[in-house]
Design a protein around this ligand. Structure first.
Ligand SMILES: [Zn+2]
Length: 79
């Protein structure tokens, strides 16, 4: 009975250690991905729509004739 109790204590201790370790590592991974996402957004080049003049990330811009960039298809067609 004494050994069974010790086994239970060790088992619960091991569960507690692995659970807390898992939480810490997942928190670190979340923080890292959030930081790298913010860095990518900050580093992204901003361009101006040739039609309405709004600023938008280059990845969301629509390119038209003469290497002009627009905020949407409608403004590209209107230009
Ligand atoms: Zn526009």
């Amino acid at each position: 009975m004494k050994y069974l109790l010790w086994g239970l204590v060790l088992y619960l201790g091991w569960r507690w250690v692995t659970a807390s370790r898992k939480t810490v590592s997942s928190d670190a991974a979340d923080g890292q991905s959030a930081r790298s996402g913010a860095d990518a957004q900050a580093a992204e080049k901003m361009v101006q729509c040739a039609r309405c003049g709004i600023h938008l990330p280059v990845s969301e811009a629509v390119s038209g004739n003469d290497a002009q960039l627009f905020c949407c298809e409608a403004h590209r067609n209107a230009a």
